[in-house]
Design a binder for this molecule. Structure first.
Ligand SMILES: [Zn+2]
Ligand SMILES: [Zn+2]
Length: 228
């Protein structure tokens, strides 16, 4: 996801295909200011190294910042290759109640999510006039009903299943409905679909969420552009 908020370009979760998609859509990696990785699973960061290499022009022009849980960069099995560490000027590790100022915006870590084998937190982007929330993967628990901002301009949910599915550490549309009632964003997007979700038709699921909550809910598709 490429987020432009108050003139700052943020690439969020560069999963498989991210590098190619960026150029296909007429964007340029060199315009990226900040890269955000929600967690170390490959569907969220498989292209991190390729994007960093490209954006920094092979480390000649380091990018400003990578925001991620520490296990993306450190520990025994980091996602970011060590030879690319100099391709970024600053590393900011996200956590609960962590505030990261960058130019005219703030990046905030909110609620800890429970997600198999990976550390991950809710992430908010605040500018003077806008609030965008990214709700990463994780299984629903009561703690997720506190800590996020209400009435955000845009709230993006990693919504893997149409209905609650035991044994998986992912959100369902039913969980998202509860969160929508609680946080009432001005616009919501569901994304990160499983096969079960695709079979159920994400557009129908989004339409049902809209009806039930009275909020505009949109099902994401590749290449979708959205104003907020
Ligand atoms: Zn994951
Ligand atoms: Zn995922």
């Amino acid at each position: 996801m490429w987020l432009n908020i108050d003139g700052v370009n943020i690439l969020i979760d560069p999963g498989p295909g991210s590098l190619v998609r960026i150029f296909e859509r007429g964007f340029d990696t060199r315009d990226i200011d900040v890269i955000v990785v929600s967690h170390r699973h490959l569907d969220h960061c498989a292209d991190l190294n390729s994007v960093v290499e490209s954006a920094s022009e092979s480390k000649k022009n380091p990018k400003d910042m990578l925001v991620c849980p520490s296990d993306v960069v450190e520990g025994e099995d980091p996602i970011l290759l060590k030879y690319l560490r100099k391709a970024l000027r600053e590393y900011k590790y996200i956590g609960e109640n962590v505030e990261i100022p960058y130019k005219n915006i703030k990046i905030l870590g909110t609620v800890k999510h429970i997600h198999q084998g990976a550390e991950t937190y809710g992430i908010e982007f605040h500018s003077k006039n806008k609030k965008v929330i990214y709700v990463p993967c994780g299984r629903f628990y009561e703690g997720m009903l506190e800590g996020y901002s209400e009435n955000a301009d845009l709230m993006v949910f990693n919504t893997t299943f149409p209905v609650k599915t035991e044994g998986y550490y992912h959100l369902s549309a039913q969980d998202v409905e509860v969160m929508l009632h609680r946080y009432k964003p001005k616009k919501a997007v569901i994304t990160h679909f499983s096969i079960a979700m695709l079979k159920a038709d994400p557009e129908k699921i989004a339409a049902r969420l809209s009806r039930k909550t009275g909020l505009p809910v949109i099902a994401a598709y590749d290449g979708m552009r959205i104003d907020f």
